[in-house]
Write a protein that binds this ligand. Structure first.
Ligand SMILES: Nc1nc2c(c(=O)[nH]1)N[C@H]1C(S)=C(S)[C@@H](COP(=O)(O)O)O[C@H]1N2
Ligand SMILES: [Mo]
Length: 536
């Protein structure tokens, strides 16, 4: 146990520091606690290949993996610093001050960071230093290692009464108040866990009640979505449902903790080149007479061929073109000085969208509702942007608070300096949902089905190939709109053996989905989704 005392002290001190930071965060801003701000900084700083690796390996669990990895790293460092501090207490102070400083810098450099955001890290470091010192005074002090040639002071003789004055030589059982140390460390750990969890709970319940401060009921939209045509949803087992339930909708963002926004205090500011500044409250949007409801498929640029970062929902929102027109915005083709809309979120994300796309008549909107309900926090409550035909990272700003009219020359949005294209229309794609890759099937008729999308244009054909056979036309489900994906199905008479199935779509302009394989970066993956199955 002896060598572990320092490590244990370091761990307990780190835990107490984090708990103290949670308390400070619960009072100031829960997003500003050290792990969250440092994690957010890591997300912003990782180079594209690392980010792509993380998304490919961990998918949407990447945030949990990041937080877990940070906790393990912090624990290891705390144990190391604690051990070193047993010999030289100054190392303990210095290590914790450094950790606190990293937290403060990360907090203050967040795009949405304020001065107060440094407080959790400062308080956490102070508590950690005090507790580490206290714990180490209970532990027997180890003699500093002596370098060769330096005269070591003669160790004091061991006395039976060494209990009162712990010395390096007090290695006798009585020299270490083991019981006192264990009690103190145990109590500190228990109090930290309790206080930390309590602060967490308090912060989240405060956020929930702010969000629910007023029960939001969405008004019936003036322009409801046309009813789904019969046969748009084939309702086949293993096939993605035509409308994705909100709770099953993919979530992609850089927010380590989901922003919790009080809708009653929310405002949107529209300003910039060629725009008369306008502000809207949530009520302003809710009470408009031009609310529209639309089925729109949203795809992430990081979606690999055959991937699941795509969903289709029924959204309610305000036409974005109407808001821009109220601000006097004209498209570049009519002499407007701005060609880019930069939308900003409450957590500082920036997303750049071509003005021309938003004003060309498509159903670009500021969405307030998803599948008949207010947005879920994860999907941008209270308001997010949607532009059919563009990948999410260039259109779908969640937790939006600002729209600035500018130019692509003047401003690079968040993902652009990180290696992604500044413009990114969604590429035509198709996906096999059933059978699953690697499935073992019985010989005989097999239902092969999936989805395909060619947003803004529409899917006109889907073809499936088995092994080296001919491309066979699949049956297309009824089309909802050209802005939604379209289901397809093919019955396949499967013979025994290993088989390879591929799918490809053709859009309404007659353009065939490209078969050459390219990765998601910089502007969306291409290739034909291909799976292997075994028929017995
Ligand atoms: N504020 C904010 N909005 C954001 C993002 C983000 O990281 N922060 N990610 C974008 C990306 S890359 C995508 S694909 C969509 C995903 O929306 P969803 O999570 O509701 O599916 O949100 C977009 N809007
Ligand atoms: Mo995305």
């Amino acid at each position: 146990m002896r060598p572990a005392i320092g490590a244990l002290s370091g761990l307990v001190a780190a835990g107490a520091g984090l708990a103290a930071a949670e308390v400070a965060g619960a009072i100031t801003r829960p997003e500003a606690t050290p792990l969250l701000v440092v994690g957010a900084a890591v997300i912003d700083l990782v180079p594209r290949p690392v980010k792509e690796f993380a998304v490919a390996t961990f998918g949407t669990a990447d945030k949990a993996v990041l937080l877990g990895g940070m906790a393990v790293t912090l624990a290891a460092l705390a144990a190391l610093v604690g051990s070193a501090a047993r010999r030289r207490p100054a190392i303990g102070d210095a290590g914790i001050v450094l950790a606190g400083l990293i937290g403060v810098i990360a907090a203050l450099t967040r795009p949405d960071g304020g001065l107060l955001d440094g407080l959790p890290s400062v308080l956490g470091a102070a508590v950690a230093i005090a507790l580490l010192r206290l714990l180490l005074t209970r532990a027997p002090r180890e003699a500093p290692r002596q370098d060769a040639g330096v005269l070591a002071p003669a160790p004091p003789p061991t006395r039976p009464d060494a209990v009162a004055t712990p010395t390096p030589a007090a290695e006798a059982p009585g020299g270490f108040d083991r019981r006192g140390f264990v009690l103190l460390a145990g109590a500190a750990a228990a109090v930290s866990a309790g206080v930390g969890a309590g602060a967490r709970w308090y912060a989240s319940s405060k956020a929930e009640s702010a969000a629910a401060a007023r029960k939001i009921t969405l008004p019936a939209p003036a322009a409801p979505a046309p009813p789904l045509p019969d046969g748009a949803d084939l309702e086949l087992e293993g096939l993605a449902p035509f409308l994705t339930p909100s709770t099953a909708f993919f979530r992609i963002d850089t927010a380590l903790s989901v922003p919790r926004i009080d809708a009653t205090a929310w405002t949107l500011r529209i300003h910039g080149r060629g725009a008369t500044e306008r502000r809207y409250s949530f009520d302003d949007l809710l009470n408009r007479s031009d609310l529209m409801e639309r089925d729109i498929t949203l795809a992430c640029v990081s979606n690999p061929v055959g991937g699941s970062y795509i969903g289709n929902a029924r959204w309610i929102g305000v036409p974005l073109a109407a808001l821009l027109e109220e601000a006097g915005v004209r498209p570049p083709s009519e002499g407007g000085p701005a060609d880019q809309i930069v939308s900003r979120s409450s957590d500082g994300m920036t997303i750049g969208t071509p003005v021309a796309d938003v004003l060309d008549g498509r159903d670009a909107m500021l969405a307030l509702g998803m599948n008949g309900r207010p947005l879920l926090p994860e999907h941008g409550f209270p308001v997010r942007m949607l532009v059919p035909g563009l990948y999410g990272y260039v259109s779908a700003c969640k937790w939006i608070v600002e729209i600035e009219l500018t130019t692509f020359d003047a401003f690079d949005a968040y993902w652009v300096p990180r290696g992604w294209s500044d413009r990114a229309p969604i590429k035509t794609q198709s996906r096999i949902d059933t059978p699953r890759p690697g499935a073992r099937l019985d010989a005989g008729p097999v239902v092969v089905a999936g989805v395909a999308w060619a947003q803004r244009v529409g899917v006109d054909a889907v073809e499936v190939r088995v092994d080296d056979g001919p491309w066979r036309p699949a049956r297309l489900a009824a089309e909802d709109t050209t802005d939604t994906w379209r289901q397809w199905v093919l019955e396949w008479e499967a013979g025994p053996g290993e088989h390879r199935l591929s799918v490809r779509a053709t859009d309404r302009n007659g353009a065939l989905q490209p078969g050459d394989e390219s990765p998601p970066a910089p502007d969306g993956a291409t290739g034909w989704h291909t799976i292997d199955v075994t028929v017995e």
